[in-house]
Design a protein around this ligand. Structure first.
Ligand code: XMP
Length: 514
């Protein structure tokens, strides 16, 4: 069966991915495609989807920029409705000969629009609506084949419709939650204007991903790096369904794992029909980290060593295909990173370098968001410890030990981490938290244990709330819980004499200490 589908043309807007997301939340399939997609490419999509509408996203450009991204105008002749949002709205106005002017200043934030004609995309909306605007160019007038549906004080054409064709523009962003009735506007477009049927379900997505892996890998062999995180776990479960024992999943135990982690991953995935290889590489990682205190060097060494181990296994397995659990935000983030400062090199075991020789890299989760991956994980029968687990850095506990990593220090931080997790897991706080863990600092301090002077390590406890890890706040957890954690750490780990709580937000700090 083909899904009714809305294509979102990506003009680079920061909310572009949210548009697709909102459409899918309504049970209608949506795909994000490049803004200049060619007609042949759209036609090729016909085989798998039932195109019902097109949305032009917002974007950072001005329609007056020399290299302003523009759509191919055949999209207006495909016979499906088109909706332009923000930059998309201005583009449609410009293409059809309206007057668009560069604004003197950017309008950013809430705005109240007056809706004069509540039809089509604006059906059943009130006279006044609170919406979210973020634009610089403004549409001032349109040719006679268009009608104006809404306006604001500074924006005389805040929403429009072509009089005879289903072409709409909205100056604001219905996809963000700040637009109070934004979801109704999206629903109006997909159901009222485009006439979509909500026939897209998570079960189908899993089926589609399995089918894709099956087709790509065909009769070949594939390999996947399984970190135990949710993304690589879901990708492994999907790939196992698709190619069964022609899949080799590799879990590299670099020795910086949390307590019981390798056993947990092994037990979880043993029940799938696949070759699971647990590589015990603790010694070689420790050896390579000897004398290394610089955090970036540590990351680099761990990343490189990981690839060596992985390459060795891949070669032995004779796999021509690499499966990865890359999800949609990973793809946007790597785009963003091009323009942002390097703060840390994240070595994500799901992101192996492409210099490795594979016939193809298959990324079945590439269009999904984290919560969609969670849903898929539940449906694939993965245990809740995987579905709801907190993020864990690829280099593991090695970046939670400040300075040189030694066997002794790994043991200390692993025990402390276990205590922090056990104590917080008992409380109702857990669900509000992004991450909670212990850090072994390189400071030693004086204490007293029994009646004697003790001299030992200082452990820091880090507990943060966050939505996507770009920013984070330290969690205001009750002293009672902190006290319990501190008492247990100093009682149960003889080498530790002091426990401190990290009360720094991100920024200026980062979540991890290294
Ligand atoms: P920071 O410390 O940069 O962390 O605020 C943001 C998020 O990323 C995780 N993190 C890593 N993940 N490899 C990873 O796969 C890394 O090297 C790494 N460093 C940090 C961190 O746990 C947090 O969720």
């Amino acid at each position: 069966m083909k899904y009714d589908t809305i294509l979102v043309l990506d003009f680079g807007g920061q909310y572009c991915h949210l548009i697709g997301r909102r459409v899918r939340e309504n049970g209608v399939y949506s795909e994000i495609v490049p803004h200049d997609i060619k007609i042949e490419e759209i036609k090729a999509l016909d085989e798998k989807i039932n195109l019902k509408g097109i949305i032009l996203s917002g974007g950072p450009a001005s329609v007056f920029d020399e290299n302003a991204p523009k759509p191919n105008t055949y999209i207006f002749d495909l016979g499906v409705p088109v909706l332009g949002l923000c930059y998309g709205h201005q583009l449609i106005a410009q293409i059809f000969g309206g007057t668009v002017k560069p604004a003197k200043r950017r309008e950013y934030g809430y705005a109240h629009v007056t809706i004069d004609k509540p039809i089509g995309v604006l059906k059943n909306l009130g006279r006044k609506e609170r919406v979210w605007m973020s634009h610089s160019d403004t549409v001032f007038s349109l040719p006679s084949e268009f009608e104006v549906l809404a306006r604001t004080q500074s924006c005389p054409v805040a929403a429009f419709k072509h009089k005879t064709k289903p072409i709409y523009g909205l100056q604001w962003h219905p996809e963000v939650v700040h637009t109070v009735n934004g979801m109704r506007m999206i629903r109006n477009f997909i159901f009222e204007v485009c006439g979509c049927t909500a026939n897209w379900k998570m079960e189908d997505v899993i089926e589609r991903m399995v089918e894709e892996v099956r087709m790509e890998v065909d009769a070949g062999k594939a390999i996947i790096a399984l970190s135990g995180g949710i993304d690589s776990s879901v990708a492994t479960a999907v790939a196992a369904k698709a190619v069964g024992d022609r899949l080799t999943a590799v879990f590299v135990d670099h020795g910086f794992m949390r307590e019981n982690e390798p056993e947990f991953v092994e037990n979880t995935f043993r029940k799938f029909k696949l070759n699971l290889i647990i590589v015990k590489a603790q010694e070689r990682f420790l050896e390579r980290l000897k004398g290394v205190a610089d955090p970036e060097k540590k990351r680099k060494i761990i990343g490189e060593e990981f690839i060596h181990v992985f390459e060795e296994v891949a070669e032995r397995a004779g796999a021509e295909y690499l499966i990865q659990g890359t999800i949609y935000p990973d793809r946007i983030e790597s785009g963003f990173r091009k323009f942002s400062d390097k703060i840390k090199t994240h070595h994500n075991v799901a992101g192996l370098p492409t210099k490795m020789k594979f016939k193809k890299i298959v990324e079945p989760l590439r269009d999904l968001y984290k919560d969609e991956v969670r849903k898929a994980a539940q449906m694939l029968g993965l245990p809740k410890e995987i579905v709801f687990r907190q993020p864990f850095p690829g280099p593991g506990l090695a970046v939670r030990i400040i300075g040189e990593v030694t066997k002794e220090k790994v043991e200390i931080v692993r025990k402390a981490d276990k205590i922090v997790r056990e104590e917080i897991d008992k409380t109702g706080f857990k669900d509000k938290l992004w991450q909670y863990f212990a850090v072994l600092t390189d400071t030693k301090a004086t204490g007293v244990k029994g009646d004697a002077r003790a001299y030992g390590y200082v452990v820091a406890v880090r507990v943060v709330e966050s939505r996507e890890a770009m920013t984070a706040s330290f969690a205001r957890i009750p002293y009672k819980i902190l006290e319990k954690i501190s008492t247990r750490i100093t009682n149960e780990i003889p080498e530790v004499v002091r426990v401190v709580y990290d009360v720094t937000h991100k920024p200026p700090a980062t979540i991890e200490w290294e």
